[in-house]
Design a protein around this ligand. Structure first.
Ligand code: PLP
Length: 392
């Protein structure tokens, strides 16, 4: 495992700070969708207090009444500095960035820049369900290029999807999820270079959703898509939203490679009216001053993925779990349990534990569930106990 200096930082594990009683006072989707007797480990919200620098920055802004419209490039500058230190990538040019309301709306805007109505967007299922919802809502067609059995991009399958997507001279895009939700796969530099090569060969434009980039817990280092050779015409979406648990503070950054700068320049000005100024302040503080907190979180998540593997081996050995190197999500293959297509429904009804149903993740989701590891060891242990109890 690399770069987890938490043990000497004194920063407590953020996953062990809040009690369940305290968390149940929250009014967000994770805590209000199901009744009180259900343990929620589904939607991607974390059971953590916010990093102190974020709280301070937002509180200062509120005290000052600094609640106007966003201005300036501080968010992009903070991301560029973070990318340089964390990933050794000096290629994030602030002048080739734009603030967008959030990652998914940013994805929509990037896809509008490089495709037209009826064009195809290629995705790698099983994948984050809104990839289907948002793309179809904007009248593009989703084409699936499923991940291989090893959870990695299958380049032959991807090539065939690209070939079909551009047939008849149509424009097409590839919506890459990097790192991958729900498997936690961290794509290697070699894989991403091969993707870039294929995309160039077929004239497919790559839009990389890199929202989970700060959340790499394993030894594999995150490789920004735009940093690989051949990716110059790519577009990326980045945000502090997942890494620091800020989805309620909406703001993200669109980043263009040198060959996509002119495309990003065409993004309509009104898109920049969507993000919240206070959110921009929060995201900037996270990237600039929240690294100690992030490292403590990553150490906690690493502990949780090990704990989950141990708990499953002990209580639910029929469930297959290959811990990914990134995200706080665990993709569980429950097919051997014989619970049918939607085990999440059984676990919810009989075990009172809410996991995400694999069905919405496209091809490869049947018989699977996604579990959110970003909670305390106690909640995680109780969730597995309930899941096992659902089978009795
Ligand atoms: C891959 C991926 N993209 C986008 C999002 C949502 O980001 P945002 O709220 O900024 O649209 C998530 C949330 O979990 C995600 O996992």
């Amino acid at each position: 495992m690399t770069r987890i200096p938490h043990e000497t930082s004194g920063e407590p594990n953020p996953l062990q700070v809040l009690t369940l009683d305290r968390l149940r006072q929250r009014t967000s989707m994770k805590w209000r969708t199901h009744p009180e007797d259900v343990l929620p480990l589904w939607v991607a919200e974390m059971d953590v207090p916010l990093a102190e620098p974020v709280v301070r920055a937002v509180t200062d802004a509120l005290h000052l009444g600094d609640t106007g419209y966003p201005a300036g490039t501080a968010y992009a500058e903070a991301l560029a500095a973070f990318a340089g230190k964390r990933w050794g990538w000096g290629g994030l040019a602030v002048q080739r960035t734009a603030i967008v309301p959030d990652v998914m709306l940013g994805v929509v805007e990037m896809l509008k820049l490089v495709t037209g109505t009826g064009d195809t967007v290629v995705v790698n299922p099983p994948v984050y369900p809104p990839f289907y919802m948002f793309v179809e809502h904007m009248d593009r067609r989703v084409a699936e290029a499923p991940l291989g059995a090893d959870g990695r991009i299958d380049l032959d399958v991807l090539e065939e999807a690209f070939r079909q997507a551009v047939a008849g001279g149509r424009r097409a895009a590839y919506l890459l999820c990097s790192p991958h939700n729900p498997t936690g796969t961290v794509h290697t530099a070699e894989e991403l270079s091969a993707v870039a090569g294929l995309a160039e060969r077929y004239g497919v434009r790559v839009v990389a959703d890199e929202i989970h980039a700060p959340l790499v817990v394993g030894g594999a280092g995150f490789v920004p898509y735009l940093s690989v050779p051949g990716a110059e015409r790519g577009l990326s979406l980045m945000s502090a939203s997942k890494g620091w648990n800020l989805p309620g503070l909406k703001a993200a950054l669109a980043v263009a490679g040198p060959g996509a700068a002119a495309d990003l320049d065409r993004m309509p000005e009104e898109v920049g009216h969507g993000p919240s100024h206070v959110a921009v302040i929060a995201h900037t503080a996270a990237l600039r001053d929240g690294v100690t907190w992030l490292d403590a979180l990553l150490a906690g998540l690493d502990g949780n993925r090990r704990l989950l593997a141990d708990l499953l081996a002990e209580h639910l050995p029929a469930i297959r779990y290959r811990p990914g190197d990134a995200t706080y999500l665990a993709w569980l293959d429950c097919r051997a349990l014989g619970l049918g297509d939607d085990p999440a429904d059984v676990f919810l009804r009989r075990g009172r534990v809410a996991l995400s149903s694999g069905l919405a993740f496209g091809t490869g989701g049947t018989g699977h569930v996604r579990l959110n590891l970003a909670t305390s060891k106690e909640v995680l242990t109780e969730a597995v106990r309930r899941t096992a109890a659902a089978l009795r």
